[in-house]
Design a protein around this ligand. Structure first.
Ligand SMILES: *Cc1c(COP(=O)(O)O)cnc(C)c1O
Length: 357
């Protein structure tokens, strides 16, 4: 008997493996370092703004998210027409291929990288082309250029790369973009941009201004601590931004999330203080691990990467046993968020036992 059949590539969509909640240990705090969340509570004024918006839940949100667009345009000094707001930057990852790819068109990105890339490409009917990272967890930009064909519509640079941590430099990005064909959209996924502390760091806004085929993807989920509310945005010159807006879900970003994002932008000084504290803590963790003998890829986000190979599951079990949940990638390694100092201390203790022989 005939039954309804989804498109062939729907069956191939890999499942999103979300970070696990922490194991509860009796009489002891436990910590979730598995989803790159911000350990701080909401920024000042955010709960109040969100609560006020809750009272109007019988109304649809402002469909155009106009106050949020205005606040972002003001903060970034870009025209409103160059923005696309979405329910987290994962939504942008769906919208871009939906707007630019016909079936069989290709999306090139590094691998291993962000979990959602293959899912979003497949959901939009595009074909993923995964280019292996270099051994030190960096993008192999040369190989990514070589992977571009006349079917390529999008190439994504995840910087800092989730889950391995390193960022590309502006010099590397400029040289890369100069060699990408002009009809290919270059996504610069800057989910962790606020945490970057390096020489020759990417200036995303300058890069978008210089190139009509560049789209920056940013999010309120990581540094801004609004992961639960689902707000992200793209910055791209108008034709790309408009195409992403055209395929967006009507009323996607809810009223409470819009209010919280606007209030978070207004609390930027506090935000930068917290981000700086996390960057300092990342430095402390990295120094301690290096001292133990670990040679980790350079962490530029709010997380570190342990290339444990076959020992990954044992490592994740060992951190679980001390109340710290990490994000294992079976047979490859573990990504661990920089969290509360107590959690980071426990991580360092576990890592001591796993220094490679
Ligand atoms: C977390 C993350 C995102 C987006 O998260 P949203 O919560 O959907 O905004 C995008 N890209 C990378 C690389 C990430 O790690």
């Amino acid at each position: 008997m005939a039954t309804p059949q989804p498109r062939a590539n729907v069956a191939q969509i890999p499942a999103y493996v979300a970070g696990k909640p922490p194991t509860v240990l009796p009489g002891q705090a436990s910590y979730k370092l598995s989803s790159n969340e911000n350990p701080y509570p909401p920024l000042p004024g955010v709960v109040e703004a969100a609560s006020a918006a809750v009272a109007a839940m019988n109304r649809y949100p402002d469909m155009g998210s106009s106050a949020l667009y205005a606040a972002l345009a003001d903060r970034l000094a870009v025209p409103v027409t160059d923005l696309a707001v979405a329910t987290g930057s994962v939504a942008l990852l769906y919208q871009l291929p939906m707007a630019f790819c016909d079936p069989g068109d290709e999306v090139v990105y590094a691998w291993r990288s962000f979990e959602a890339y293959p899912i979003a490409a497949a959901a939009a009917g595009a074909t993923s082309v995964q280019v292996p990272l270099l051994p030190d967890g960096r993008h192999d930009l040369e190989a990514m250029l070589a992977a571009i064909t006349d079917r390529t519509k999008v190439v994504t640079v995840c910087t800092p790369n989730n889950p391995t941590g390193p960022s590309v430099t502006q010099t590397e990005l400029d040289a890369f973009i100069a060699r990408v064909p002009e009809h290919v959209v270059v996504v610069v996924d800057e989910a962790y941009v606020e945490f970057v502390r390096m020489d020759d760091a990417v200036d995303g806004l300058a890069t978008y201004r210089a190139h009509p085929n560049v789209a920056l993807f940013r999010t309120f989920s990581k540094a801004y601590g609004l992961a639960g509310f689902r707000v992200g945005y793209a910055v791209a010159q108008e034709p790309i931004a408009a195409a992403m807006r055209a395929v967006s879900l009507p009323f996607g970003v809810n009223a409470v999330a819009q209010a919280a994002a606007i209030a978070s932008l207004a609390a930027e000084d506090d935000l930068l203080e917290r981000v700086e504290a996390l960057a300092v803590e990342r430095g402390r963790v990295l120094a301690a691990l290096t001292e133990l003998g670990w040679d980790l890829p350079e962490p530029q986000g709010n997380f570190v990467w342990f290339a444990l190979g076959e020992r990954t599951a044992a490592f994740a079990a060992a951190t679980d046993a001390v109340g710290v949940t990490v994000r294992p990638f079976a047979g490859e390694g573990a990504r661990v968020t920089i969290g509360e100092s107590e959690a980071n201390d426990r991580l360092i203790e576990v890592a001591r036992a796993f220094v490679s022989a």
